[in-house]
Design a protein around this ligand. Structure first.
Ligand code: DX5
Ligand code: ZN
Length: 221
């Protein structure tokens, strides 16, 4: 099964409860929450209170993506706010191994994310401590950016490494994902698709989610 994780980064915050209700009733599997601090990425989004609010509005799995420079300082707070998974960046300023161990100790799924400019091999020493790798298909910071095709080779390299080493870890992708590339991504070995603006800027987000889900099922390997 391929997981579909809509990102609410480009949702309508004046009607956040309605947006979450729409996602709750849709075929979306997870809700992806993009936290940005204006330091690790050149943009600020939202933080702990919004995660708490979303938690009260839905039972869906909350997939929290921390694009923040010092993630280790906030793991507990994001877990308490209701995150089911917490993903931190390999490029951030922290001891990645201990951050991942802390996430796991809090009963949370452990994710590590990697930017397009960081070689995939840098992940290898940490893979025994993670449940999921989030491969960025854009330089993080903003929704609505153009998908970088180099992602296919990066996913392929990681998928082969996981297979060769018998590692049972999900591969998630994030940035510029749409019906154009979802099928090929799934065929390349992706297990979870984050989709933001393509859903929230479409005329009928529920139908768009349905279409993406169908593509994911058709192309699953
Ligand atoms: C970007 C975020 C993404 C983004 C996805 O920094 O991590 O989750 O919101 O949005 P789209 O699908 O619009 O690229
Ligand atoms: Zn994200």
């Amino acid at each position: 099964m391929t997981i579909l994780a809509p990102s609410i980064l480009n949702a309508d915050y004046g009607h956040l409860a309605d947006e979450i209700q729409m996602l709750s009733e849709s075929q979306a599997d997870w809700i992806h929450l993009d936290v940005m601090d204006g330091i690790f990425v050149p943009n600020i989004s939202f933080g702990i209170p919004v995660v708490e609010t979303v938690r009260k509005l839905t039972n869906k799995f909350l997939d929290t993506h921390l694009m923040i420079q010092k993630p280790d300082k906030y793991i507990e707070a994001f877990r308490k706010a209701g995150s089911d998974s917490i993903t931190v960046h390999i490029e951030a300023d922290h001891d990645l191994k201990s951050t991942l161990i802390e996430i796991g100790n809090l009963g949370c799924k452990r994710g590590v994310s990697i930017n397009p400019g960081t070689p995939i091999e840098k992940l290898y020493p940490y893979l025994e401590f993670v449940d999921m790798v989030l491969v960025m298909c854009i330089n993080p910071g903003f929704g609505g950016q153009k998908f970088m095709p180099v992602t296919y080779d990066r996913v392929k390299q990681l998928r082969e490494y996981l297979y060769t080493n018998g590692l049972d870890i999900l591969i998630e992708v994030d940035g510029g994902v749409s019906t154009e590339n979802a099928g090929k991504l799934v065929e390349t070995g992706v297990n979870a698709l984050v989709v933001g603006s393509f859903i929230f800027e479409s005329e009928n987000p529920v139908d768009t989610i349905k279409n993406l889900k169908e593509i994911a099922i058709q192309h699953a390997i």
